[in-house]
Design a protein around this ligand. Sequence first.
Ligand code: NAD
Length: 334
Amino acid sequence: MKRMNILIPDVLSEKADIEAEIFGSDADIIIGKATSHKDITDEIWMNCEGILAWDVIDYNAELISKLKKCKVIVRVGVGFNNVDLMAAKKKKIVVCNVPDYGTGEVADHAIAFLLSLCRGLPEYTRRLMNREWNRSNPMVERLDKKVMGIIGLGRIGTATAMRAKAFGMKIIFYDPYIKDGVDKALNFTRVDTLQEIAEFSDVISIHTPLTSETQGMIDEKFFGLVKKEPVIINTARGPIIDLSALEKAMREGIVKSAGLDVLPVEPSDDTQQLIVDWENGEAWIRDRLIITPHCGFYSQAALLELRQKAAREILRVINGKRARNCVNNYYDID
Ligand code: NAD
């Protein structure tokens, strides 16, 4: 039987035992530990049939032209902006990603923000560190019957909404791109405008991709429409919220609190005043903001799932089956 040549060029430095279990004994797996494509010989690039690509190397047209036997590149992750999709398609290479390895984790993270903020945990914790034993806490809210507004009812948005529903919350959502009937199936209420999300929600959780349409979508105009001093949660992408507008809304008390796993600039720097004030423990923002380092997807189980799914996708394509998550229109007829 012909042996498979699989290349894992970057990031992975340990043994590829997870991948080896999926490929079986017929595969030769090369671990490149490369930080640039030049760290790997042209011969290796030329002979590999499948590439498990992490995010360090740029798969530009020049690199893709070196690939002579490659059938598939799988991005071990969600984003694929480091791969020239069309150059790959022209070389008859399928490009795939793994879009769903951390869905449950990100939804849990959004709910962790919600529970933490609405149970006042930052404030209690801070006070107790000063031995201040006191129950009264302006951050605490009863969740039952509160309205959760979901922006983007895809995988993570739905998983978050289902969790919030289990806490007795009412779910409304804005997502112009999903088919009618999802609202009926899930017993959520669909709204047709962002304005309705702003007006009716006690908690607003963002789950859209970053696109030209969603960049800066949550801006001063949006905050001008909110009515219920909502909690804002963003586990999607930082630039979807205009951070200066959020700062203003929080200063004015229009927004009660916020949980941010993602920021326009990551890691944060001195340009993001809201974060600087929070870092400095300024009284106006203290206890009202939780920030985490873009780790919503993270768990050991999610990383295992990611590597397994990426390897299975390679195997599928090399065995002549259709990829599940092709991102370069390989199967479309031009
Ligand atoms: P998905 O593609 O399943 O869902 C995205 C939804 O957003 C879709 O239903 C789409 O119709 C909707 N949408 C697109 N444009 C919209 C718009 N202008 N207004 C309203 N809805 C819009 O994606 P997903 O797997 O649920 O992931 C959602 C986002 O979460 C990702 O795009 C990514 O940015 C982010 N993410 C973050 C982490 C993390 O660690 N924090 C991990 C994975 C994904």
